[in-house]
Write a protein that binds this ligand. Structure first.
Ligand code: AHM
Ligand code: MG
Length: 333
């Protein structure tokens, strides 16, 4: 019988000692919350969950009802177990410290409860992204600055994509594993281990409507790809853009590709659209764990020292040789 997520976590701990019981509990709770979110997403109009919540998050983005529901599901599932000290979310201005009535654990959980919000109402894949850090030992009372650790300090990261299948993708620093939700059993079943991203690809993902706002290295790189077999690359490229990072990254983990959300001139003061702590860091680590590469054009994403919880970042990730190429083009620019 295929292994459940629980069995995978227990066996990983037995073999590698990399998933202590509190972390296992945390990951099982996150998976359970994702099951609940998957259920709400699946109900759609029948559950009355579509449409706008008529509120804004700290990034000034209008929240959808499901953004808020997913955020609440994750908080309620995680606050009482004793495994967490605090949580942070795209949908909350500041950190959520575990209330006094519950014991405090040593982990910090960050998430984008429902990534790809513009796709919720149109029935296109969306997902939950999460990142797990250890609370610094020096810290007594947990504060926002405890979260400001570079991505390489993550102890677990993953996402759950709500698409034709609901798939949970996880790393604890020992490769990437995928678990498909078996709705009859109500459990996540291990369906792929040792996920590897091909080093080369003929597929890129970028929002082409922003072309006129790009910086030169990005414009040059895409021009090369578009020139196809008669251009400098000597091969034709295909393009995909789901507008849900989870779905784009899931495709890249499955068959390769390069995903880009670069800085552009629309908001010159911001380093990009995507958020470092709960989007780029977990995705960057998953991609690296699968043999790919993730940079902001200048440096490895996981080496960026965060200064703000909701900090933004440029993102280039996926098949190693393409990410290396577009990154090198930034350096020679
Ligand atoms: P969100 O977290 O508010 O949903 O925004 C992040 C999403 C990513 O999933 C996706 O890659 C990107 O925004 C799409 O942006 P755009 O609509 O500019 O193409
Ligand atoms: Mg997001």
């Amino acid at each position: 019988m295929a292994a459940s997520l629980s069995r995978y976590l227990v066996e990983q701990q037995r073999a590698k000692q990399n998933i202590p019981p509190e972390l296992r509990l945390l990951l099982e709770v996150v998976a359970r919350a994702c099951k609940g979110i998957s259920h709400a997403v699946n109900k759609g109009a029948l559950g009355g969950v579509l449409g706008s919540a008529h509120s804004e998050n700290i990034q000034g983005e209008v929240q959808k009802k499901l953004d808020i529901i997913a955020n609440e599901v994750l908080i309620e599932a995680n606050e009482w177990g004793g495994h967490l000290a605090a949580m942070a979310s795209e949908e909350m201005d500041t950190i959520y410290v575990v209330p006094n009535r519950y014991p405090q654990g040593e982990y910090l959980l960050l998430f984008d409860p429902l990534d790809g919000s513009s796709n919720i109402d149109v029935n296109v894949s969306i997902g939950t992204i999460f990142s797990v850090l250890k609370k610094p030992e020096s810290s007594d009372k947990v504060t926002e600055s405890d979260f400001l650790q570079p991505g390489r300090a993550q102890v677990a990261a993953g996402y759950c994509v709500y698409g034709p299948q609901t798939t949970l993708v996880l790393t604890v620093g020992d490769g990437v594993a995928m678990f498909t939700l078996d709705r009859e059993q109500g459990s996540f079943v291990l369906t792929q281990e040792n996920v590897r991203i091909p080093e080369d690809t003929r597929e890129f993902a970028i929002n082409m409507s922003n072309m006129r706002h790009w910086d030169k290295p990005v414009a040059d790189y895409i021009a090369e790809c578009l020139a196809g077999s008669s251009g400098p690359r000597g091969k034709d490229f295909n393009m995909r853009w789901v507008a849900s990072m989870v779905a784009d990254v899931h495709r890249i983990l499955t068959r390769g590709g390069v995903f880009m959300y670069p800085w552009d001139k629309r908001e010159p003061d911001k380093p990009g659209k995507l958020r470092l702590m709960y989007e780029a860091n977990p995705m960057g680590w998953l991609v690296e764990q699968a043999g790919g590469m993730a940079t902001n054009g200048n440096q490895r994403i996981l080496d960026i020292q965060p200064t703000l919880l909701h900090q933004r970042v440029s993102v280039f990730l996926g098949s190693k040789n393409e990410v290396a190429r577009v990154t090198a083009m930034h350096q020679t620019a």
